[in-house]
Design a protein around this ligand. Structure first.
Ligand code: FAD
Length: 813
């Protein structure tokens, strides 16, 4: 019997591609003392039966980088370990059969260019030349990514495992993790069928079992096993062994050459989930029964594409389980419930493509305690308590699976599992014509349909049906006053004798201002990158109220909690559901507010950047004088039970001033004009406040240490190599983000945000302009700019400051 060590620095659970890659990188890059435990034998979970297509392009630059890394690793691994990975750079063709898909590909090809990847658009004739067995009659064209390819999932995993061993990792098979010993919320030992291992950190790479392995330590890993099928055919005459892989999304199918035959699978609109209970322990190398009835829909489509398939014998059908997630992205990072369990799971049928890179970044994350790059879209902290609801996770995951190959329209919303969380104003706002979107479960008004118009989104690739209605809402905020229901904002209270000291260390800006003041601040990682962007209101000597974006609830709470030193006398409570938020914004905001409260809301008594408790409609309301739209305004934080009365009072008192409810799409347009940054797109852990133009919010001049200070000091005063800039383009240009920025015809960056500014009457984008020699004002203003939008160049103007600025007199008046 294999002996387990009694102690290991890091225990990796799961011997699929993700666990082996993580163990390999922990051992190779960090010389860590690592033990990998596998309940069966290596690859026996989902890995052995993967089809092995390896694509690289994603909509996030960082995730694309992770996938590109996988390819580089698979190319070279054999030279190191002596075990081949089966990597073949065949390239990938994606087929378009309609104009919307073609527009999607044109945008994707632009994104590829922005991320430094080669991607071409090719004609049906060219496709036929590259893939003679294909019927191309219905094609508009195809995209061609020459560096994509295919590999052998089991071979890569065995090669990674061998590499891990060569670098000192210990791999033990046929041992099951059965539980954890916990102390003060941390894992101190892993319990197994062969005994216990004391450890410092655990990495949960247990594939579809990751949910139940997490649950043993109280951790939620919201994934759902779904059945996924493909066939392998006998040899097909005329099929080249280096034939490109094919994705035919309009027919929901994919193809890859394998030993002279074809692998063909697909993503059906009616996926079949597996269990919502525990996955059986005994499932090594097992498959479900073939389900030809369910698979027939793919077969019909595939034969129309490749007629030779009709006569090809089916050698084997694979029907295996794979973990999918509610948003189609995988799950990485440190669990919010337990600071020494890391997770790498939920790979949505691209675990082979991601494996190399995911193991690389996860290993670094485990060792450093912070993500090495902006991994927000895959961060486990993008979920919240609602994701413990198995039925909700199931419904949303199946919707995401069903949309895998549908055209991705801009601004598209999910439909399943809604409404989930509503503010008490939901029915009132509906009566005003609200069309809702959802964010982390919350229903939020995106826009208000004017009387007589259809109150729903009609998706298209160009201007959508809400465009004019949002324009009117935008103008109303600039000219009069609007109310935004932002009750979904995440809110925390931080109290205790050490609260000030602790927050002053965590926040880059100065939060030691007197009681009654607000501070807009970033929270920085050790590289000086922006981990969070939020507002801190000081309501008492040791009483702070923190407000951040809806989606960042778990993440920002976790970041702060993780950086509270042991023994500090601080209490932090999430009070999101206790407080509703009404943002009253626009030049007439003061008139409306003065009409509902006896408090003095004049500029002298209640200046910008201040927070006061004021009475409205019999309730004590926390009023924060701040704006995200570039107008006079207040965020009113109202005890949730009273928000209906406060809203009604504001609407009644505001009638003479024309007050109206306004939605999130107008908010986005307003903030783009004023140049306020959005975390997760414009500002991320990859960017410092200096690069983002937020140096004014960093207390470098104060003699106080704070997280990220030394990284900023090291670069302060030196020329910046990238800077976030605003761009405008013609009114008919549709900007969505990721469009390439050209300076004097040369690529210098890409847009992180895109939209439309109704006051300016122009398209607006933000993006980092990069130059190794420095990005001075002179450099920026001396260039002439274009944006590449869906593969076409359009002229653009650069803006070093806000492109719409009513003047701080108006905001601060
Ligand atoms: C039909 C099909 C086709 C696919 N095609 C592709 C493709 O073409 N390209 C692509 O990129 N991806 C594809 N995938 C997805 C890919 O297979 C997965 O994303 C990947 O294998 C996931 O790897 P993993 O390491 O997370 O999980 P797994 O391979 O399942 O590994 C997890 C391991 O953890 C072990 N384990 C679980 N619980 C315990 C415990 N308590 N103690 C010890 N060990 C435990 C399990 O035994 C298992 O071996 C496909 C999937 C399917 C189902």
């Amino acid at each position: 019997m294999t002996m387990l060590p009694s102690h290991a620095q890091i225990v990796v659970i799961g011997g699929g591609i993700i666990g082996c890659s993580t163990a390999y990188h922990l051992a190779r890059d960090h010389k860590a003392d690592v033990v990998l435990l596998e309940q069966g034998t290596l690859t026996s979970g989902s890995t052995w039966h993967a089809a092995g297509l390896v694509g690289q392009l994603r909509s996030s630059a960082s995730i694309t980088r992770v996938l590109k890394y996988s390819v580089e690793l698979y190319k070279g691994l054999e030279a190191e370990t002596g075990l081949a990975t089966g990597w073949k750079m065949t390239g990938c063709l994606r087929l378009a059969t309609n104009q919307d898909r073609w527009t999607e590909f044109r945008r994707l090809a632009t994104t590829a260019g922005s991320f430094g990847m080669e991607m071409h658009l090719v004609s049906p004739e060219e496709v036929k030349r590259m893939w003679p067995l294909m019927n191309v009659d219905d094609l508009v064209g195809a995209s061609w990514l020459p560096t994509d390819g295919q590999a052998s999932p089991s071979d890569i995993t065995q090669s990674l495992a061998k590499g891990a061993r060569m670098h000192g990792a210990k791999i033990v098979e046929n041992v099951r993790v059965t539980g954890f010993d916990m102390k003060d919320g941390r894992i101190v030992a892993v319990k197994t069928t062969l005994g216990d291992i004391a450890c410092e950190k655990v990495v949960n790479c247990a594939g579809q079992w990751a949910r139940q392995v997490g649950a043993m330590a109280g951790i939620n890993v919201p994934l759902q096993p779904v059945k996924h099928q493909y066939i392998i055919t006998e040899k097909i005459d005329g099929l080249a062994t280096d034939a490109p892989t094919i994705r035919d999304p309009d027919r929901r199918t994919y193809f890859k050459e394998e030993v002279g035959g074809l692998v063909m699978g697909g993503y059906e609109p009616n996926p079949q989930p597996w269990t919502t209970g525990d996955v059986p322990d005994e499932w090594a190398f097992r498959l479900f029964d073939d389900d030809f009835d369910h698979f027939e829909q793919h077969m019909v489509q595939a034969i129309e594409r490749i007629p030779a398939l009709e006569k090809a014998g089916v050698k084997q059908m694979i029907n295996g389980p794979e973990s999918f997630t509610p948003d189609g992205n995988f799950i990485l990072g440190v669990a919010p419930e337990c600071s020494n369990m890391f997770v790498g799971a939920g790979f949505n049928a691209f675990g082979i493509a991601s494996g190399g890179g995911a193991g690389w970044v996860l290993a670094q994350w485990v060792v450093d305690g912070e993500a090495p790059l902006d991994l927000w879209v895959v961060d486990i902290r993008r979920f919240s308590g609602m994701h413990r609801d198995r039925q909700w996770v199931l419904d949303r995951t199946l919707e995401a699976y069903g949309k895998h190959y549908t055209v991705a329209f801009p601004h598209e919303e999910y439909e399943s599992g809604r409404p989930r969380l509503t503010s008490p104003l939901y029915e009132r706002l509906k009566a005003h014509g609200a069309v809702f979107g959802s964010k982390l479960g919350w229903e939020r008004p995106n826009w208000f349909a004017p009387a007589g118009t259809e109150g729903r989104d009609v998706y298209s690739m160009g201007r959508q049906n809400w465009f004019d209605a949002v324009g009117a809402e935008h103008a109303h905020v600039r000219e009069a006053v609007g109310i935004f229901d932002q009750s979904s904002f995440a809110k925390y209270e931080v109290t205790g004798p050490d609260a000030l000291k602790v927050l002053d260390h965590i926040c880059a800006n100065d939060v030691t201002k007197p009681v009654g003041r607000l501070t807009y601040t970033q929270l920085l990682n050790t590289r000086g990158g922006i981990e969070a962007d939020l507002t801190v209101a000081r309501f008492g000597e040791d009483r702070f109220y923190i407000v951040t974006g809806t989606g960042f609830r778990t993440h920002d709470f976790g970041w702060i909690a993780d950086h509270v030193p042991a023994g500090a006398r601080v209490e932090m409570v999430d009070v999101t559901e206790d407080w509703g938020t009404l943002s009253l914004m626009g030049p007439k905001a003061r008139d409306v507010l003065a009409a509902v409260t006896k408090a003095d809301v004049s500029n002298a008594a209640f200046p910008f950047g201040h927070a006061r408790e004021i009475a409205i409609a019999g309730s004590t309301v926390r009023a924060l004088r701040i704006t995200y739209v570039g107008e006079l305004g207040w965020e009113l934080h109202v005890p949730i039970g009273a928000i209906g009365e406060v809203f009604d009072a504001l609407m009644a008192a505001g009638e003479p001033f024309g007050v109206k409810p306004v939605g999130y799409r107008a908010l986005e347009s307003l903030r783009l004009e004023k140049g306020y940054r959005a975390w997760g797109s414009d500002i991320t852990p990859n960017d410092t406040p200096l690069e983002a133009g937020l140096g004014f919010a960093v207390k470098l001049k104060r003699n106080a240490d704070f997280l990220g200070r030394s990284a900023l000091e090291a670069v302060a005063g030196q020329p910046l190599k990238k800077r976030l800039m605003g761009f405008t383009a013609g009114p008919d240009v549709v900007l969505l983000g990721r469009e390439t920025i050209l300076r004097n015809g040369e690529p210098v960056g890409y847009l992180t945000s895109g939209g439309y500014g109704y006051t300016l009457g122009k398209a607006i984008g933000y993006g980092y302009v990069r130059n190794a020699e420095g990005v001075s004002d002179d450099y920026l203003t001396s260039g002439s700019y274009e944006l590449v939008v869906a593969m076409e160049k359009v002229p653009a103007e650069i803006h070093l400051g806000p492109m719409f600025d009513p003047g701080m007199e108006r905001i601060k008046a």
